[in-house]
Ligand binder design. Structure first.
Ligand SMILES: C[S@@+](CC[C@H](N)C(=O)[O-])C[C@H]1O[C@@H](n2cnc3c(N)ncnc32)[C@H](O)[C@@H]1O
Length: 258
């Protein structure tokens, strides 16, 4: 009887310890702990002065129309959603890689100026065969990308801002970015998280970015998950001044005006 009791106590203690540890890791992951992450972590005011806070917190210039990210498949955190919504307020042409539920698309459309257009690209369920996995890509990230490719109607569908959205169904490697060269004020990269796709989406985004425009990548979460985002962005940071936005999994780049 005693060995069983000890075994059960040990199992409960191990479970409690694991839960505690996962909570600590969860809190610290966006601060680059325990390893140093190569891309410097900065307050969002370094990306745009609109995020400069006072002793009362963010200024009223950062007020946005908002909907929560709670329980949204593949979505952003609430802090990330707020940053995107604030940036959308001054963006006339926006591009999103990876629509998923369209929750972020809706948020961008709600906050962008009246004449703005939001191009959002996603893989339709029947286009799965167009997905081209490279040898370097992780199998589980490929499967995750295809699992997320199930939606054909979206959160923004049928809403008063739906007319601002241009929905594109295509594999992102096959998408022709040339017509949008140097036109986009804000680009959100959140499609497949495998290395070959993050690299291809980033190359297209850099070509589509207007002078003064901003690219935001989602899911820079360290060396373990998703590895493609981490490795490709660390490589890109050797050539471009990327910043990891504090308290988020966002990496950002602003193209110089000149
Ligand atoms: C993480 S979800 C995007 C979440 C969304 N941006 C949001 O904030 O709610 C990833 C999306 O990328 C799309 N995707 C995955 N692989 C793709 C590919 N090869 N081409 C185009 N879209 C792809 C999936 O269909 C899915 O919609």
């Amino acid at each position: 009887m005693l060995p069983w009791l000890l075994f059960i106590l040990a199992a409960i203690s191990a479970l409690a310890l694991t839960l505690r540890l996962s909570r600590v890791l969860e809190k610290r992951e966006n601060r680059g702990w325990p390893l140093r992450w190569p891309i410097p972590r900065k307050h969002p005011r370094h990306l745009d002065p609109i995020f400069t806070t006072t002793d009362l917190g963010p200024t009223l210039d950062t007020l946005v129309t908002y909907s929560s990210s709670i329980d949204v498949q593949g979505g952003t955190s609430d802090r990330e959603a707020w940053i995107l919504a604030v940036l959308a307020k001054r963006a006339c042409t926006i591009f999103e890689f990876g629509t998923c539920t369209g929750k972020t698309t809706h948020l961008l459309a709600l906050n962008a100026p009246t004449a703005a257009i939001i191009h959002t690209l996603t893989l339709a369920p029947e286009q799965a065969s167009a997905y081209t996995k490279a040898a370097e890509d992780e199998g589980h990230e490929t499967r995750a990308a295809l699992r997320a490719s199930v939606h054909t109607t979206f959160v923004y569908s049928g809403t008063p801002v739906a007319h601002k959205v241009r929905q594109i169904f295509s594999d992102s490697k096959a998408f022709d970015d040339a017509p949008l060269a140097s036109t986009c004020d804000l680009i959100f990269i959140d499609g497949s998280h495998t290395a070959s796709y993050v690299r291809s989406d980033s190359e297209k985004a850099l070509r589509m970015l207007a002078p003064g425009g901003i690219i935001i990548w989602h899911d820079y979460r360290g060396p373990w998950r998703p590895r493609g985002v981490y490795t490709v962005l660390n490589d890109l940071a050797k050539k471009l001044p990327l910043m990891h936005i504090e308290g988020t999994s966002f990496v950002a780049y602003r193209k110089p005006l000149a």
